[in-house]
Design a protein around this ligand. Sequence first.
Ligand code: ATP
Ligand code: MG
Length: 371
Amino acid sequence: MSKLDPALGLVVGKVHKTYNATHVLQDVSLSVPGGEFHTLLGPSGSGKTTLLKIIAGFTPADAGTVTLSGSVITDTLPEHRNIGVVFQNYALFPHMTVSQNIAFGLRMRRVPKLERQRRVQDVLALVRMSGFEHRRPAALSGGQQQRVALARALVIQPQLLLLDEPLSALDRKVRQEVREELKRIQAETGVTTVMVTHDQEEALFLADRVLVLESGALRQEGSPHDIYRNPVDEFVAGFLGPINLLNVESRPGDGGMVLRLGAQDFVPASGLAVTVVAAKLSGPMHLAVRPEQLTVQPAQGTAKPPDALAGTVTGVEFGGAVVTVRVEVEGNAMAILALSPDILAIASWDPGSPVWVRIRQARVLPVAERR
Ligand SMILES: Nc1ncnc2c1ncn2[C@@H]1O[C@H](COP(=O)(O)OP(=O)(O)OP(=O)(O)O)[C@@H](O)[C@H]1O
Ligand SMILES: [Mg+2]
Protein backbone atom coordinates (compact mmCIF):
# COMPACT_ATOMS: atom_id res chain seq x y z
CA MET A 1 0.00 0.00 0.00
CA SER A 2 1.25 3.43 -0.88
CA LYS A 3 2.08 6.13 1.63
CA LEU A 4 -0.10 9.21 1.55
CA ASP A 5 1.25 12.57 0.64
CA PRO A 6 1.87 14.22 4.03
CA ALA A 7 0.24 17.40 2.69
CA LEU A 8 -3.06 15.57 2.31
CA GLY A 9 -5.33 14.68 5.15
CA LEU A 10 -8.61 15.35 6.92
CA VAL A 11 -10.03 18.74 7.81
CA VAL A 12 -13.24 19.08 9.78
CA GLY A 13 -14.58 22.64 9.82
CA LYS A 14 -17.07 23.88 12.43
CA VAL A 15 -19.24 20.78 12.46
CA HIS A 16 -22.44 21.17 14.41
CA LYS A 17 -24.96 18.45 15.21
CA THR A 18 -28.21 18.57 17.15
CA TYR A 19 -30.36 15.61 18.16
CA ASN A 20 -33.79 16.53 19.55
CA ALA A 21 -32.65 20.05 20.47
CA THR A 22 -29.55 18.68 22.25
CA HIS A 23 -26.26 20.04 20.94
CA VAL A 24 -24.28 16.86 20.47
CA LEU A 25 -21.43 18.52 18.56
CA GLN A 26 -20.68 22.21 18.91
CA ASP A 27 -18.59 23.78 16.15
CA VAL A 28 -15.96 21.06 16.16
CA SER A 29 -12.95 21.84 14.00
CA LEU A 30 -9.93 19.62 13.63
CA SER A 31 -7.18 18.88 11.20
CA VAL A 32 -5.32 15.61 10.70
CA PRO A 33 -2.34 15.94 8.34
CA GLY A 34 -1.90 13.06 5.88
CA GLY A 35 -0.27 10.00 7.45
CA GLU A 36 -0.84 11.05 11.06
CA PHE A 37 -2.56 9.04 13.78
CA HIS A 38 -4.91 11.05 16.00
CA THR A 39 -6.83 9.65 18.94
CA LEU A 40 -10.13 11.08 20.12
CA LEU A 41 -10.76 10.78 23.85
CA GLY A 42 -13.86 11.71 25.78
CA PRO A 43 -16.45 10.41 28.22
CA SER A 44 -19.47 8.39 27.16
CA GLY A 45 -21.98 10.57 25.32
CA SER A 46 -19.47 13.31 24.46
CA GLY A 47 -20.11 12.89 20.72
CA LYS A 48 -17.15 10.78 19.58
CA THR A 49 -19.11 8.25 17.52
CA THR A 50 -21.34 11.00 16.10
CA LEU A 51 -18.24 12.86 14.89
CA LEU A 52 -16.83 9.75 13.20
CA LYS A 53 -20.21 9.02 11.58
CA ILE A 54 -20.31 12.52 10.15
CA ILE A 55 -16.77 12.14 8.80
CA ALA A 56 -17.67 8.74 7.28
CA GLY A 57 -20.91 10.12 5.81
CA PHE A 58 -23.33 7.88 7.73
CA THR A 59 -24.90 10.85 9.54
CA PRO A 60 -25.38 14.34 8.08
CA ALA A 61 -24.11 17.33 10.05
CA ASP A 62 -26.44 20.30 10.60
CA ALA A 63 -23.59 22.64 9.68
CA GLY A 64 -19.90 22.48 8.87
CA THR A 65 -17.65 20.85 6.31
CA VAL A 66 -15.56 17.71 5.91
CA THR A 67 -12.57 17.90 3.55
CA LEU A 68 -10.46 14.89 2.63
CA SER A 69 -7.28 15.13 0.56
CA GLY A 70 -8.25 18.61 -0.49
CA SER A 71 -11.78 17.71 -1.70
CA VAL A 72 -14.91 18.80 0.13
CA ILE A 73 -16.88 15.60 0.81
CA THR A 74 -19.59 16.98 3.10
CA ASP A 75 -22.36 15.84 0.72
CA THR A 76 -20.61 12.79 -0.79
CA LEU A 77 -22.24 9.38 -0.25
CA PRO A 78 -20.35 7.15 2.23
CA GLU A 79 -19.52 4.55 -0.44
CA HIS A 80 -17.85 7.23 -2.53
CA ARG A 81 -15.70 8.59 0.29
CA ASN A 82 -12.94 5.97 0.25
CA ILE A 83 -12.82 5.81 4.03
CA GLY A 84 -12.10 2.57 5.90
CA VAL A 85 -14.14 2.14 9.08
CA VAL A 86 -14.00 -0.20 12.04
CA PHE A 87 -16.91 0.84 14.20
CA GLN A 88 -17.88 0.00 17.77
CA ASN A 89 -19.49 -3.48 17.60
CA TYR A 90 -19.15 -3.47 13.82
CA ALA A 91 -19.24 -7.22 13.42
CA LEU A 92 -17.84 -9.31 10.58
CA PHE A 93 -20.36 -11.09 8.35
CA PRO A 94 -20.78 -14.42 10.20
CA HIS A 95 -21.73 -16.50 7.15
CA MET A 96 -18.67 -15.41 5.15
CA THR A 97 -15.11 -16.68 5.43
CA VAL A 98 -12.25 -14.37 6.38
CA SER A 99 -11.35 -13.94 2.68
CA GLN A 100 -14.93 -13.20 1.69
CA ASN A 101 -15.31 -10.70 4.51
CA ILE A 102 -12.18 -8.86 3.44
CA ALA A 103 -12.97 -9.04 -0.29
CA PHE A 104 -16.50 -7.66 0.22
CA GLY A 105 -15.54 -4.00 -0.26
CA LEU A 106 -13.48 -4.88 -3.34
CA ARG A 107 -16.44 -6.73 -4.89
CA MET A 108 -18.61 -3.66 -4.29
CA ARG A 109 -15.99 -1.63 -6.10
CA ARG A 110 -15.92 -4.21 -8.96
CA VAL A 111 -12.23 -4.98 -8.54
CA PRO A 112 -11.36 -7.94 -10.85
CA LYS A 113 -11.02 -11.35 -9.21
CA LEU A 114 -7.25 -11.83 -9.61
CA GLU A 115 -6.46 -8.43 -8.18
CA ARG A 116 -8.99 -9.03 -5.42
CA GLN A 117 -7.22 -12.24 -4.41
CA ARG A 118 -3.82 -10.57 -4.48
CA ARG A 119 -4.99 -7.67 -2.32
CA VAL A 120 -6.68 -9.99 0.18
CA GLN A 121 -3.42 -11.95 0.50
CA ASP A 122 -1.40 -8.75 0.93
CA VAL A 123 -3.64 -7.34 3.61
CA LEU A 124 -3.82 -10.69 5.45
CA ALA A 125 -0.02 -10.71 5.57
CA LEU A 126 -0.08 -7.11 6.80
CA VAL A 127 -2.33 -7.98 9.76
CA ARG A 128 -0.45 -11.28 10.27
CA MET A 129 -3.48 -13.46 9.52
CA SER A 130 -2.19 -15.43 6.50
CA GLY A 131 -3.49 -18.99 6.63
CA PHE A 132 -6.86 -18.00 8.12
CA GLU A 133 -8.52 -17.32 4.72
CA HIS A 134 -11.13 -20.07 4.98
CA ARG A 135 -12.12 -19.72 8.62
CA ARG A 136 -15.43 -18.20 9.59
CA PRO A 137 -15.49 -15.40 12.22
CA ALA A 138 -16.99 -17.71 14.87
CA ALA A 139 -13.81 -19.80 14.68
CA LEU A 140 -11.54 -16.83 15.47
CA SER A 141 -10.51 -15.28 18.78
CA GLY A 142 -11.57 -11.71 19.56
CA GLY A 143 -8.12 -10.35 18.69
CA GLN A 144 -8.10 -12.25 15.39
CA GLN A 145 -11.56 -10.92 14.52
CA GLN A 146 -10.36 -7.37 15.14
CA ARG A 147 -7.41 -7.95 12.81
CA VAL A 148 -9.78 -9.19 10.11
CA ALA A 149 -12.03 -6.16 10.65
CA LEU A 150 -8.95 -3.97 10.28
CA ALA A 151 -7.92 -5.88 7.13
CA ARG A 152 -11.40 -5.37 5.69
CA ALA A 153 -11.13 -1.63 6.31
CA LEU A 154 -7.59 -1.39 4.88
CA VAL A 155 -8.03 -3.53 1.76
CA ILE A 156 -9.83 -0.75 -0.10
CA GLN A 157 -6.67 1.36 0.34
CA PRO A 158 -8.61 4.10 2.09
CA GLN A 159 -7.51 7.71 2.22
CA LEU A 160 -8.65 7.72 5.84
CA LEU A 161 -9.07 5.07 8.51
CA LEU A 162 -11.69 5.64 11.22
CA LEU A 163 -11.62 3.36 14.25
CA ASP A 164 -14.29 3.52 16.94
CA GLU A 165 -13.06 1.73 20.06
CA PRO A 166 -11.81 -1.22 18.00
CA LEU A 167 -10.05 -2.80 20.97
CA SER A 168 -12.62 -2.30 23.73
CA ALA A 169 -13.97 -5.87 23.66
CA LEU A 170 -10.53 -7.44 24.11
CA ASP A 171 -8.94 -8.41 27.39
CA ARG A 172 -5.97 -6.43 28.63
CA LYS A 173 -3.16 -8.62 27.27
CA VAL A 174 -4.65 -9.15 23.79
CA ARG A 175 -5.58 -5.50 23.69
CA GLN A 176 -1.96 -4.51 24.21
CA GLU A 177 -0.79 -6.90 21.49
CA VAL A 178 -3.35 -5.67 18.98
CA ARG A 179 -2.63 -2.04 19.75
CA GLU A 180 1.06 -2.60 19.02
CA GLU A 181 0.09 -4.29 15.74
CA LEU A 182 -2.18 -1.37 14.96
CA LYS A 183 0.65 1.08 15.48
CA ARG A 184 2.92 -0.95 13.20
CA ILE A 185 0.26 -1.32 10.49
CA GLN A 186 -0.56 2.38 10.57
CA ALA A 187 3.12 3.27 10.26
CA GLU A 188 3.63 0.74 7.42
CA THR A 189 0.64 1.86 5.39
CA GLY A 190 0.91 5.56 6.25
CA VAL A 191 -2.89 5.78 6.28
CA THR A 192 -4.29 8.89 7.98
CA THR A 193 -6.08 7.58 11.06
CA VAL A 194 -8.57 8.83 13.64
CA MET A 195 -9.31 6.43 16.47
CA VAL A 196 -11.83 6.82 19.27
CA THR A 197 -10.92 5.31 22.60
CA HIS A 198 -12.00 5.48 26.23
CA ASP A 199 -8.58 4.34 27.33
CA GLN A 200 -6.15 7.18 28.04
CA GLU A 201 -3.12 4.91 28.03
CA GLU A 202 -4.07 3.61 24.58
CA ALA A 203 -4.67 7.16 23.36
CA LEU A 204 -1.24 8.31 24.57
CA PHE A 205 0.54 5.22 23.23
CA LEU A 206 -0.88 5.30 19.71
CA ALA A 207 -1.28 8.92 18.81
CA ASP A 208 0.77 11.57 17.10
CA ARG A 209 -1.84 13.90 18.55
CA VAL A 210 -4.62 13.50 21.10
CA LEU A 211 -7.97 15.32 20.93
CA VAL A 212 -10.12 15.59 24.05
CA LEU A 213 -13.85 16.02 23.55
CA GLU A 214 -16.30 16.96 26.29
CA SER A 215 -20.03 17.58 25.78
CA GLY A 216 -19.58 17.92 22.04
CA ALA A 217 -16.79 20.50 22.24
CA LEU A 218 -13.04 20.03 21.74
CA ARG A 219 -11.35 20.94 25.02
CA GLN A 220 -7.74 20.42 24.02
CA GLU A 221 -5.56 19.10 21.24
CA GLY A 222 -1.89 18.32 21.49
CA SER A 223 0.92 15.80 21.43
CA PRO A 224 0.50 12.99 23.98
CA HIS A 225 3.31 14.41 26.09
CA ASP A 226 1.94 17.95 25.99
CA ILE A 227 -1.63 17.03 26.74
CA TYR A 228 -0.57 14.81 29.65
CA ARG A 229 1.86 17.34 31.12
CA ASN A 230 0.08 20.57 30.27
CA PRO A 231 -3.68 20.07 30.53
CA VAL A 232 -5.66 23.30 30.11
CA ASP A 233 -8.19 22.47 32.79
CA GLU A 234 -9.19 19.97 35.45
CA PHE A 235 -11.37 18.01 33.07
CA VAL A 236 -8.53 17.28 30.65
CA ALA A 237 -6.10 16.75 33.53
CA GLY A 238 -8.33 14.13 35.14
CA PHE A 239 -9.20 12.46 31.88
CA LEU A 240 -5.60 11.78 30.93
CA GLY A 241 -4.79 9.88 34.11
CA PRO A 242 -4.83 10.17 37.89
CA ILE A 243 -4.03 13.60 39.24
CA ASN A 244 -3.99 15.15 42.71
CA LEU A 245 -5.90 18.41 43.01
CA LEU A 246 -4.76 20.24 46.12
CA ASN A 247 -6.72 23.17 47.48
CA VAL A 248 -4.45 26.18 47.59
CA GLU A 249 -5.05 29.84 48.25
CA SER A 250 -3.00 32.11 46.07
CA ARG A 251 -1.89 35.69 46.66
CA PRO A 252 0.42 37.97 44.75
CA GLY A 253 4.00 37.80 46.01
CA ASP A 254 7.28 39.53 45.16
CA GLY A 255 8.18 37.53 42.09
CA GLY A 256 4.69 36.38 41.13
CA MET A 257 2.35 34.15 43.01
CA VAL A 258 2.54 32.69 46.52
CA LEU A 259 0.47 29.60 47.19
CA ARG A 260 -0.76 28.65 50.62
CA LEU A 261 -1.61 25.03 51.27
CA GLY A 262 -3.21 24.96 54.74
CA ALA A 263 -0.58 26.43 57.06
CA GLN A 264 2.30 25.96 54.60
CA ASP A 265 3.47 28.43 51.98
CA PHE A 266 4.80 27.73 48.52
CA VAL A 267 6.48 30.11 46.17
CA PRO A 268 6.12 28.59 42.71
CA ALA A 269 8.94 30.72 41.33
CA SER A 270 11.51 29.36 43.78
CA GLY A 271 12.78 26.41 41.81
CA LEU A 272 9.53 24.48 41.78
CA ALA A 273 8.40 23.52 38.30
CA VAL A 274 4.95 24.96 38.76
CA THR A 275 3.08 26.37 35.78
CA VAL A 276 0.29 28.81 36.41
CA VAL A 277 -2.71 28.40 34.12
CA ALA A 278 -5.21 30.40 36.17
CA ALA A 279 -6.05 33.83 34.78
CA LYS A 280 -6.11 35.55 38.15
CA LEU A 281 -3.39 35.73 40.76
CA SER A 282 -5.43 35.58 43.94
CA GLY A 283 -8.13 33.37 45.41
CA PRO A 284 -8.77 29.66 45.67
CA MET A 285 -7.00 27.54 43.04
CA HIS A 286 -6.04 23.96 42.51
CA LEU A 287 -2.47 22.77 42.46
CA ALA A 288 -2.60 19.83 40.06
CA VAL A 289 0.15 17.23 40.52
CA ARG A 290 0.53 13.86 38.80
CA PRO A 291 1.23 11.05 41.31
CA GLU A 292 4.64 10.38 39.74
CA GLN A 293 5.65 14.02 40.21
CA LEU A 294 5.62 13.63 43.97
CA THR A 295 8.30 12.07 46.14
CA VAL A 296 7.92 11.00 49.71
CA GLN A 297 10.39 10.18 52.51
CA PRO A 298 10.05 9.36 56.20
CA ALA A 299 10.11 12.43 58.41
CA GLN A 300 11.14 10.64 61.62
CA GLY A 301 14.18 12.28 63.19
CA THR A 302 14.87 14.74 60.36
CA ALA A 303 14.20 18.47 60.13
CA LYS A 304 11.72 19.61 57.48
CA PRO A 305 13.59 20.45 54.27
CA PRO A 306 12.62 23.94 53.07
CA ASP A 307 11.13 22.65 49.80
CA ALA A 308 9.06 19.88 51.41
CA LEU A 309 5.54 19.72 52.78
CA ALA A 310 4.73 17.91 55.99
CA GLY A 311 2.26 15.07 55.54
CA THR A 312 0.89 11.95 57.18
CA VAL A 313 0.64 8.48 55.64
CA THR A 314 -2.94 7.22 55.40
CA GLY A 315 -2.27 3.98 53.50
CA VAL A 316 0.09 2.02 51.23
CA GLU A 317 -1.29 -0.01 48.30
CA PHE A 318 0.72 -2.63 46.46
CA GLY A 319 0.04 -2.58 42.69
CA GLY A 320 2.80 -4.72 41.18
CA ALA A 321 5.41 -2.51 39.53
CA VAL A 322 4.23 0.56 41.37
CA VAL A 323 3.19 1.22 44.92
CA THR A 324 0.67 3.91 45.76
CA VAL A 325 1.34 5.79 48.95
CA ARG A 326 -1.66 7.73 50.23
CA VAL A 327 -0.76 10.82 52.18
CA GLU A 328 -2.66 13.66 53.74
CA VAL A 329 -1.20 17.15 53.58
CA GLU A 330 -3.12 19.98 55.25
CA GLY A 331 -6.45 18.25 54.78
CA ASN A 332 -5.74 17.29 51.15
CA ALA A 333 -5.62 13.62 50.19
CA MET A 334 -2.73 12.84 47.84
CA ALA A 335 -1.74 9.69 46.00
CA ILE A 336 1.96 9.28 45.35
CA LEU A 337 3.43 6.63 43.05
CA ALA A 338 6.64 4.93 44.05
CA LEU A 339 8.42 2.21 42.10
CA SER A 340 8.58 -1.28 43.53
CA PRO A 341 12.28 -1.31 44.56
CA ASP A 342 11.25 1.01 47.39
CA ILE A 343 8.40 -1.26 48.45
CA LEU A 344 10.11 -3.05 51.33
CA ALA A 345 10.84 0.21 53.09
CA ILE A 346 7.52 1.78 52.17
CA ALA A 347 5.41 -1.23 53.12
CA SER A 348 6.49 -0.81 56.73
CA TRP A 349 5.11 2.73 56.89
CA ASP A 350 2.13 2.63 59.18
CA PRO A 351 -0.84 4.90 58.77
CA GLY A 352 -0.13 7.97 60.83
CA SER A 353 3.61 8.02 60.02
CA PRO A 354 4.92 11.53 59.37
CA VAL A 355 6.50 12.09 55.93
CA TRP A 356 8.07 14.84 53.87
CA VAL A 357 6.47 15.28 50.49
CA ARG A 358 8.17 17.06 47.61
CA ILE A 359 6.45 18.31 44.47
CA ARG A 360 8.65 18.06 41.40
CA GLN A 361 6.24 19.47 38.85
CA ALA A 362 2.75 20.88 39.09
CA ARG A 363 0.24 23.16 37.46
CA VAL A 364 -1.95 25.78 39.06
CA LEU A 365 -5.41 25.40 37.54
CA PRO A 366 -8.54 27.44 38.03
CA VAL A 367 -11.00 25.58 40.25
CA ALA A 368 -13.58 24.03 37.93
CA GLU A 369 -17.18 25.13 38.29
CA ARG A 370 -19.34 22.27 39.49
CA ARG A 371 -21.47 21.06 36.61
N1 ATP B 1 -29.48 8.70 16.49
C1 ATP B 1 -29.53 9.43 17.60
N2 ATP B 1 -30.66 10.03 18.00
C2 ATP B 1 -30.70 10.80 19.11
N3 ATP B 1 -29.64 11.01 19.92
C3 ATP B 1 -28.49 10.44 19.58
C4 ATP B 1 -28.36 9.60 18.41
N4 ATP B 1 -27.08 9.18 18.35
C5 ATP B 1 -26.44 9.69 19.42
N5 ATP B 1 -27.28 10.45 20.16
C6 ATP B 1 -26.92 11.20 21.39
O1 ATP B 1 -25.80 12.01 21.09
C7 ATP B 1 -24.89 12.05 22.18
C8 ATP B 1 -23.52 11.63 21.70
O2 ATP B 1 -23.55 10.26 21.34
P1 ATP B 1 -22.29 9.49 20.78
O3 ATP B 1 -22.72 8.13 20.39
O4 ATP B 1 -21.65 10.33 19.73
O5 ATP B 1 -21.37 9.46 22.08
P2 ATP B 1 -19.95 8.75 22.31
O6 ATP B 1 -19.00 9.83 22.72
O7 ATP B 1 -19.59 7.92 21.13
O8 ATP B 1 -20.25 7.83 23.59
P3 ATP B 1 -19.72 6.33 23.94
O9 ATP B 1 -18.35 6.54 24.53
O10 ATP B 1 -20.69 5.87 24.97
O11 ATP B 1 -19.72 5.51 22.70
C9 ATP B 1 -25.48 11.16 23.27
O12 ATP B 1 -26.12 11.97 24.19
C10 ATP B 1 -26.45 10.29 22.51
O13 ATP B 1 -27.51 9.91 23.34
MG1 MG C 1 -19.34 5.88 20.83
